[in-house]
Design a protein around this ligand. Structure first.
Ligand SMILES: [Zn+2]
Length: 303
């Protein structure tokens, strides 16, 4: 089980189309290979001069229904599943072209994006990746919500959710983001919603594209989708996907064990704010430089 230590991109461009969850409109999306140190950038091909927005923490403009990034009045909404997929596959540099303001929802999971990326192939550069490396834990807790990041030698993430619902209750899931773990265990987990919330959102003109084709919908005691769940704990696996997507907005991979409890996009974002305010708690380095080990004074024993 290993973490890629060199920067990665796609072998070739790949495209797909689907509808935007909130607009209900068809969106075309193309992922293109990008050079080293480019990072992930979203490009609005439908606007004059094709403005681009870096997928980074300081470009997040809204987290109420989805994670929305923006710059100079131009936005791209619902980036979290695609971002989760890119981070889950350890891909650092990509140009994401869109002809609308929303990433297509596809089937409500990262499965379709994962398949198209694996079909395109992954290219590794000779330039090393830079990682955030924690020197000490960073934690944020508020109103029963919690996010903590703990020093570790790989990227691990644990999500814990609690819902007063007989199908969900309390669920936890942990993965180490290495090798094929993401595509096998997380990529296909779909977003979920409660019937009353979906009806409420549609009433107010939101989630226009939302349907049983792109979300697990549950009423008081059952799943309304004919095919049922893809995993018995699909709910927490999807939350984990959302978290990987949100934490990828750090802008670089992190070697840490991130633990979240009852968190969502807004609270994950609040944690990122704390992370960048606690600069003494972390450093950035490649994994081919010698690790910085805190120096200890070794004293010879006086006998
Ligand atoms: Zn989601």
């Amino acid at each position: 089980m290993t973490t890629p230590i060199y920067q990665r991109t796609l072998e070739k461009a790949v495209s797909c189309s689907g509808i935007g969850l909130h607009s209900g409109k068809t969106v075309h999306l193309t992922l293109k290979p990008a050079a080293v140190n480019h990072g992930i950038k979203f490009v609005r091909k439908d606007l004059p001069d094709n403005p681009s927005i870096p997928a980074r923490f300081n470009c997040v403009v809204d987290t109420s229904l989805a994670t929305v990034i923006g710059s100079d009045g131009v936005i791209v909404s619902t980036v979290e599943h695609l971002m989760g997929c890119l981070a889950g596959l350890s891909i650092d540099n990509v140009i994401v072209e869109l002809d609308s303001y929303e990433v297509p929802v596809m089937d409500g999971s990262a499965g379709p994006f994962t398949r198209m990326i694996l079909e395109a192939g992954i290219r590794e550069f000779e330039t090393p990746r830079h990682f955030f490396i924690l020197k000490e834990p960073i934690e944020l807790e508020q109103d029963g919500k919690f996010v903590g990041a703990y020093p570790d030698n790989s990227f691990k993430i644990t999500c814990h959710i609690e819902f007063e619902h007989p199908l969900i209750r309390s669920q936890s899931y942990t993965i180490e983001v290495v090798d094929h773990v993401f595509e096998r265990e997380i990529a296909s987990a779909r977003t979920f919603g409660f019937l009353h919330e979906v009806e409420y959102m549609k009433h107010y003109g939101l989630a226009r594209g939302g349907s049983l084709d792109n979300a697990v919908v549950i009423d008081e005691n059952k799943v309304l989708n004919d095919e049922g769940l893809r995993y018995q704990d699909e709910f927490v696996r999807h939350k984990l996907l959302d978290c990987i997507g949100d934490f990828s907005l750090l802008g670089m991979p992190i070697l840490a064990h991130i633990v979240t409890r009852k968190s969502g996009h807004a609270f994950n974002h609040a944690f990122l704010e704390r992370f960048f305010n606690e600069k003494a708690s972390w450093q950035t380095q490649t994994l081919i430089e010698p690790a910085v080990v805190p120096s200890k004074t070794v004293k010879s024993l006086a006998i």
